[in-house]
Design a protein around this ligand. Structure first.
Ligand SMILES: [Zn+2]
Length: 312
C-alpha cells in the first residue's frame, strides 16, 4: 500500500512535467496536414483555408479551450486584396480564437497566422512567372507557427497547472494581405486590451539553421524582458532584437502599447515560393524553439504586469 501511495505521489509530481513536452509527431502531423497540396496554399477566402480553420478549431475543442471569437471560436471580417487587381478582391476571412481561463486578471496572447498565398496569383509570390498559378504550400510560412500554436495550447491546457495568467490563442487570417487579421482583432478585441500582459507571435519558425540562429524580436518593448531572459538557456542559438515593429502580426499589438515578442527563423530560398514544403522543416529545432518559448512564458508569469516601452 505504501508503495502504491509512493507510485501515485511520483505520478502526481512527474505528470505535469511530462505534459510540458513538445511532441515532434504532433508538429509533423499539423505541418504535413496544413501544407499538403490538397490545402492549395491556404489562400484567404478559399474553401481550403476554411478547412484549415476547421482543423485548428477541432484542436481548440479537443483541448477544451473556451471559445473567444464573436461566433464561437470565429471572428469574421472582410479582407481586401490590394496588391494586384483580381476579380474577387473582397474576401471573407476568419480569425480562430480560444481561451484558457485560469481566473487570472491578466492574459498572455499567443498568435500565429494560418493563411498563405494560395497559387501565388493575388500578389506576394516571389517565384518565377512560370510558377505563379502553382500551389504555394507555406510549410514554414506559416504552418510551422500554427503547429507551434496548437502545441502550446495543448501543453498549457493539459499540464494540470492553474497558472496565474490566462492564455488567449489566436490563429490569424489574411496576414499575407497586410496583417489584416491581427489589425482587425486589435481593433475589435474579444477580451479588453487593457488585460493583455504581452503577446507572443510565431511566423516562420521552421527553417532554423545555426548560422543565422533564431531571431527573437521585440525584446525592447518591456523592461521585464531582460529579467525574463536572464536565466534562459537553449540548445539553439538565438539573437535578441529590440524592435517592436516587424513584418508580422505582433506589430498590430505593439501599436496598441502591448509588449511583444516575435519568434522567426528568417528568410530562405523557398520564402514565398512553391518550394516551401513540409519535408524541409527542421523539426528538432522547432521543438527546441517551442521549449524555449515555454521557458520564456513561464518566466514572464513570475513578473508582475509588464510595462510597455516604445522602441522607435
Ligand atoms: Zn507569414
Amino acid at each position: 500500500m505504501r508503495n502504491l501511495f509512493f507510485l501515485f505521489y511520483l505520478l502526481f509530481i512527474i505528470a505535469p512535467s511530462f505534459a510540458q513536452q513538445i511532441e515532434i509527431k504532433n508538429l509533423k502531423k499539423h505541418i504535413y496536414h496544413l501544407a499538403d497540396d490538397k490545402m492549395k496554399g491556404r489562400a484567404t477566402g478559399s474553401a481550403e483555408l476554411e478547412k484549415a480553420a476547421d482543423y485548428i478549431e477541432s484542436y481548440f475543442k479537443k483541448y477544451k479551450l473556451v471559445p473567444k471569437g464573436e461566433i464561437g471560436y470565429r471572428q469574421q471580417f472582410e479582407a481586401k486584396v490590394s496588391r494586384v487587381p483580381v476579380l474577387d478582391s473582397i474576401r471573407t476571412a476568419q480569425n480562430i480564437i480560444g481561451f484558457i481561463d485560469n481566473g487570472a486578471p491578466y492574459t498572455i496572447v499567443i498568435g500565429a497566422h494560418y493563411d498563405h498565398l494560395g497559387l501565388g496569383d493575388f500578389g506576394g509570390s516571389r517565384d518565377t512567372i512560370t510558377n505563379i498559378g502553382h500551389i504555394h504550400n507555406g510549410a514554414d510560412d506559416n504552418a510551422s507557427g500554427v503547429a507551434g500554436l496548437l502545441e502550446l495550447a495543448r501543453v498549457y491546457a493539459t499540464n494540470g497547472i492553474v497558472e496565474n495568467y490566462n492564455f488567449l490563442f489566436i490563429a490569424f487570417s489574411a496576414e499575407e494581405l497586410g496583417l489584416l487579421g491581427s489589425k482587425y482583432w486589435t481593433n475589435h478585441p474579444t477580451i479588453p486590451l487593457s488585460t493583455i500582459d504581452w503577446m507572443l507571435n510565431m511566423d516562420m519558425i521552421g527553417r532554423y539553421n545555426k548560422d543565422n540562429g533564431l531571431a527573437i524580436i521585440g525584446y525592447g518593448t518591456s523592461p521585464s524582458f531582460p529579467i525574463i531572459f536572464k536565466d534562459i538557456t537553449s540548445d539553439i542559438k538565438f539573437n535578441l532584437s529590440k524592435d517592436g515593429n516587424g513584418g508580422s502580426d505582433q506589430t498590430s499589438f505593439y501599436k496598441k502599447d502591448i509588449p511583444v515578442l516575435f519568434f522567426h527563423t528568417g528568410g530562405h530560398d523557398d520564402y514565398h515560393k512553391i518550394g516551401d514544403d513540409a519535408d524541409k522543416i527542421n523539426y528538432m529545432a522547432l521543438k527546441s524553439i517551442l521549449e524555449l518559448e515555454i521557458a520564456v512564458i513561464n518566466n514572464s508569469m513570475k513578473e508582475g504586469k509588464m510595462k510597455f516601452i516604445w522602441t522607435n
